[in-house]
Design a binder for this molecule. Structure first.
Ligand code: COA
Length: 157
């Protein structure tokens, strides 16, 4: 975190944040964007946990969303707005989110990350996620090629 940064504030998000979540998701650089209605449906889903993080301003700086099933959860997406990256917000957000999942009885967390996404890989490894497999050609890329997905897992309990 920058020495002059305010402490990150995290909170659960609700349907009122759907538009901001869609904008952030588009800033994530994924091949397929999420529309606001799709974000609203996901946030409203009782099996989905959505948390947000604020930097120094009142604007949402990032979000993370997971789908829960029994004692497992899958991280669907995490994005920090480009202007707020490398400031510790991703770490603060994921820390709060994992604590919330643990409180909800989640014992195992899974995710997939594109090979070569060093920022995300480093963020996940910081929390103890470890690689459990690779899927070649999993992600479609804008240039028509396909990237390898790294599957990762973290045991919370
Ligand atoms: C991945 C992402 C959420 C990280 O958020 P962030 O707020 O910038 O991350 P933080 O500042 O909290 O840093 C977390 C760790 O990642 C490292 N990191 C962040 N950006 C990095 C970069 N561009 N290159 C290398 N390492 C990077 C930090 O050094 C830190 O490592 P450490 O814990 O070992 O010290 C952000 O880069 C992002 O939104 N990327 C686009 C969307 C995306 O790829 N999401 C993941 C999909 S699986």
């Amino acid at each position: 975190m920058h020495p002059d940064s305010a402490p990150a504030r995290t909170m659960r998000l609700d349907g009122g944040h759907a538009r901001q979540v869609a904008i952030l998701h588009h800033q994530g650089g994924f091949a397929r964007g999420w529309e606001p209605a799709e974000c609203a449906a996901l946030i409203a889903d009782a099996g989905v946990a959505t948390d947000g993080v604020f930097g120094s301003g009142s604007q949402l700086a990032g979000f993370v969303m997971s789908r829960k099933a029994a004692d497992e959860a899958e991280i669907l997406s995490i994005v920090i707005a480009p202007a707020h990256r490398r400031d510790g917000l991703g770490r603060a957000l994921l820390s709060a989110h994992l604590a919330r999942l643990a409180e909800a009885g989640v014992a195992h967390v899974f995710l997939e990350v594109e090979e070569g996404n060093l920022a995300a890989e480093r963020l996940y490894r910081h929390f103890g996620f470890r690689e459990v497999g690779r899927r070649k050609g999993y992600y479609p890329k804008a240039d028509g090629s396909r990237a390898t997905a790294i599957a990762m897992r973290l045991d919370l309990a």
